[in-house]
Write a protein that binds this ligand. Structure first.
Ligand code: SF4
Length: 316
């Protein structure tokens, strides 16, 4: 059996945004989760479901409203900027590799060197050696040192983004829609690269995506979020999913034939505005199976089988 020590323990985590003269909006609501060392944990859901907010809170780029975040057995929830600086190099983020991802006036060498300059006092030559070695790890070479973002394809920019994220030897990497802006053929190459790098460097990934096919390819476990709540945790997305939202999400995206995909939309109830209900199940307004209890009691996230959890009254 491989290592299964927890890298993160997240307890009762909330992120609430106060809007003037409007009800509070929870981007993340009472979230409990562990992330094991060296796993690739997928995080799926529609845009606005709280996926990116959760990723940013784990990196402390956003401060939680309530709850605790334990990283490597340290409670980092209220760490100051200086305290975070000591561990920041251990946690990095890969963004979408689109043309706006990098400063257009910086060549690749400067883009990748920036984090090194923040954390290392090595000579410029030593840093360049490291950058070239990292470029080779991501399938590029030293001729890219002088290129600018607009001189590269989406796939090449994404490789540079990965090199930048890994140059400080992090332990944890949040991949936020990391393969969203590249075409299908390149997507598989980047996913294979991420998997290889994970093995080489012993990385732990939080892989945030609305692309279930990509998640299916790369992840060990998958979390499904809806309006800030975890509705299902699946040890393997090929396993039988149970939550009505997960089923609808899968049906709408994993079917190659768009005519059949269209049909699967009836798994969602149409609503004019998707908003968090005041009580009961968070998915009740769109769920075809909602019962009276769903409008009153929020379903608990309960274990079905080993490591498979679902929050739905149909299974409780
Ligand atoms: Fe649907 Fe009720 Fe299950 Fe929520 S708890 S997903 S409303 S059946």
């Amino acid at each position: 059996m491989g290592e299964s020590v927890n890298l993160f323990e997240i307890n009762s985590l909330y992120k609430c945004y106060n809007q003037k003269e409007k009800p509070k909006v929870y981007a993340v609501y009472n979230l409990n989760l562990t992330i094991k060392k060296r796993e690739t944990l997928g995080l799926v859901g529609e845009s606005g479901c709280g996926k990116s907010t959760l990723g940013k809170m784990l990196l402390k780029l956003e401060q939680p409203t309530r709850g605790t975040i334990i990283f490597n057995q340290q409670d980092i929830t209220n760490y100051s900027f200086n305290q975070m600086r000591k561990i920041r190099n251990g946690m990095q983020m890969i963004f979408q590799g689109n043309a706006n991802a990098f400063n257009p006036y910086f060549p690749v060498e400067q883009i990748i060197r920036e984090p090194l300059d923040n954390y290392s006092h090595e000579s410029k030559e030593k840093k360049r050696e490291k950058i070239v070695a990292m470029l080779e790890k991501v399938g590029l070479n030293k001729t890219y040192l002088t290129r600018y973002g607009h001189e590269m394809s989406g796939g090449q920019r994404q490789r540079v983004g990965i090199a930048r994220a890994l140059i400080l030897n992090p332990e944890f990497v949040v991949c936020d829609e990391a393969v969203s802006s590249i075409d299908y053929a390149l997507k598989n190459q980047i996913l294979t690269l991420l998997t290889d790098l994970k093995k080489q460097f012993g990385l732990t990934y939080l892989f945030i995506s609305h692309d279930i096919a990509a998640v299916n390819k790369i992840c060990d476990r998958v979390i499904v979020m809806y309006l800030g709540n975890i509705v299902e945790i699946i040890p393997n997305i090929n396993d039988k999913v149970q939550h009505p939202y997960t089923k609808a999400l899968l049906a709408a995206t994993l079917i190659p034939d768009p005519r059949k995909r269209e049909k699967s939309r009836v798994l969602f109830k149409e609503t004019e505005e998707i908003k968090i209900p005041e009580k009961g199940c968070v998915f009740q307004n769109r769920c075809l199976y909602a019962q009276q209890v769903c409008t009153i009691e929020p379903p608990a996230l309960v274990s079905k089988d080993n490591e498979h959890y679902v929050a739905c009254h149909l299974y409780q």
